[in-house]
Design a protein. Structure first.
Length: 395
């Protein structure tokens, strides 16, 4: 496909989604009415309102305006023997994304994959089946208007057993799988997939409050990171407090009260329970590995930045971590040593997002180290290929 063809499809999609607004909202209401799980985070991600439809349209428009990432020359040169070699960006081929809830992923994943000349297979959750079907029908209309076949963007409605069989013996070539979700989904895909898997979506993010942290910054940062969007993978779950913090008792009581005012459940190590009114003891070590996706936060003690980084690297999901300190040198050590996709100094983990980081719309937040870590935007949805030009050369 040419860049003009791809952008024309996106232009058609902008119009079609806007015209289909009521159909999208009605389909989403069907999904909301049928939702039977006691999972507030999943329910919140399922909701589509008019503002979210506007966000879908804005995202498509933004990707349409971005440069085509395919065929970009990354490096070029002529060797001493006269061979000219170029390294250029190239599509993956076919991408399968598996995700729960969040019908906006049906828009975002497809538009990014398509603009990067990839076919995409969308395996959404059954809780969003009606909304996803309407959105994929919009894609198919946009493709047809521009003379392209529907198989560029396909919706899979397979159950768990059928998904397992497809992963083991795919009925069509699949070059990359992106599971967006918790450990259960990720482990399921890794166990059964027969191609590259790019892990995304698991948070369990940590904050380390150094002894010299500015508590006028601590409170708004922790409150924002925990409560701004409970269902997001960049939400905060764990807080490590330095045991040398002066006036810690008063500071923690103030922070605990602010979190309780936001209806956040507090759990803490035994020694911190007297300082956090209403806090419950940690049930076991497994809590440290857990991504809450709920109004819940866990507090623990540490002695210094080295022990903080060690604990974070042991338990976190490798997504985001923040240090709050006035000491830049201490922050540099923390940011170099913590093994996460995004590390912060005096800022909320909620910024781990393609739009907030200037990447633009994202397919996912990768916590893998290959081939990319962090927000998977349009520029990251490519692989590469070497083009070698000779004139009868032999080795």
């Amino acid at each position: 496909m040419t860049t003009i063809q791809k952008n024309n499809v996106l232009s058609s999609m902008i119009t079609i989604v806007d015209e289909s607004r009521n159909e999208i909202l009605n389909a989403n209401q069907q999904d909301l009415d049928a939702f039977q799980r006691d999972d507030r985070a999943l329910f919140d991600r399922l909701v589509v309102d008019s503002a979210k439809v506007n966000g879908m349209i804005a995202a498509i428009r933004s990707v349409r305006e971005q440069p085509d990432p395919i065929g970009q020359v990354r490096s070029s040169g002529v060797l001493g023997n006269g061979l000219r070699i170029e390294n250029r960006t190239a599509p993956f081929g076919t991408i399968l994304i598996i995700y729960e809830s969040r019908p906006d992923v049906t828009i975002e994943a497809a538009m990014l994959a398509f603009k990067a000349s990839n076919r995409i297979l969308l395996k959404g959750g059954k809780e969003a089946v009606h909304t996803n079907q309407v959105l994929v029908n919009c894609w198919h209309r946009a493709l047809a208007e521009n003379g392209l076949t529907a198989d560029w963007i396909q919706l899979f409605t397979l159950d768990r057993q059928a998904t397992r069989e497809f992963l083991k013996n795919p009925s069509q070539p699949v070059d990359l799988i992106v599971p967006r979700g918790g450990d259960r989904l990720i482990n399921f895909v890794k166990e059964h997939a027969r191609c590259a898997v790019l892990v995304s979506g698991r948070g369990n993010n940590f904050a380390y409050l150094a002894a010299d942290a500015d508590w006028e910054q601590v409170l708004p940062i922790i409150i924002n990171a925990k409560t701004d969007k409970i269902s997001a993978c960049n939400a905060l779950d764990k807080v490590l407090v330095d045991e040398e913090t002066p006036g810690l008792a008063a500071k923690l009581r103030r922070l605990g009260a602010a979190l309780r005012a936001k209806s956040v459940q507090l759990v803490a190590e035994e020694s911190l329970l007297p300082l956090l009114e209403g806090a419950e003891p940690i049930a076991g070590e497994s809590v440290w590995y857990e991504e809450f996706l709920a109004p819940k936060i866990c507090f623990g003690w540490v002695a210094g930045v080295e022990k903080a980084t060690r604990k974070i690297n042991r338990y976190s999901g490798g997504h985001s971590a923040v240090i709050l300190t006035v000491d830049k040198a201490k922050a540099d050590v923390f940011m170099e040593q913590v093994d996460s996709a995004a590390v912060y100094h005096n800022a909320s983990t909620r910024f781990t997002d393609g739009g907030a980081m200037g990447v633009g719309a994202e397919l996912a937040i990768s916590t893998d180290k290959l081939h990319h870590r962090g927000p998977l935007g349009l520029e990251q949805l490519v692989t590469n290929k070497y083009y070698v030009y000779g004139n009868g050369h032999i080795r």
